[in-house]
Design a protein around this ligand. Structure first.
Ligand code: DQA
Length: 140
């Protein structure tokens, strides 16, 4: 069975409540149940933290043994060289995802420190960005 770690960064614990016009009305916990039923043959583990160091620790923990990491770094995407270095330090491929189309938004969201360390990026498909990322991991 493939093992995929989903990691959500800061403020993504508030999905469903946070800026619903941008991020939708569904909590990640609700969406995760849908994802699990769509991928019954994949072990999907979920971790969320509002803390940069905790995200780095989780990347280190799973980064040599899982099949893939699906990472939404939230705002750390645009600031964190430390998370980018963590991604470069491990062997497991990381797929960067974003719910919103960051390129249609404020200019400070147009740059990601994480992208160049990631295998690929899926941006702007709402919660479906996570499903698309998991689909991609099944091909490698
Ligand atoms: C986000 C986009 C980021 O710019 C923002 O800071 C988030 C969510 C997204 O999924 O669209 O917290 O990563």
């Amino acid at each position: 069975m493939k093992r995929i770690q989903i990691i959500n960064g800061p403020n993504l614990n508030l999905l469903g409540k946070r800026e619903p016009t941008v991020y939708g009305n569904q909590s990640f916990e609700q969406y995760l149940e849908e994802l699990k039923s769509q991928f019954p043959d994949v072990q999907l583990d979920y971790f969320q933290s509002n803390t940069e160091g905790a995200i780095i620790d989780k990347i280190h923990e799973v980064g040599f043994s899982y099949d893939a990491i699906v990472l939404n770094g939230g705002a750390y995407t645009h600031t964190s060289i430390a998370i980018a270095d963590a991604i470069r330090s491990i062997t497991v491929p990381v797929l960067e995802v974003h719910i919103s189309n960051v390129f249609k938004r404020e200019e400070y969201r147009h740059h990601s420190f994480l992208s160049e360390a990631c295998k690929g990026c899926i941006v702007g498909f709402g919660m479906d960005s996570y499903r698309l990322a998991i689909e991609a991991t099944l091909k490698f």
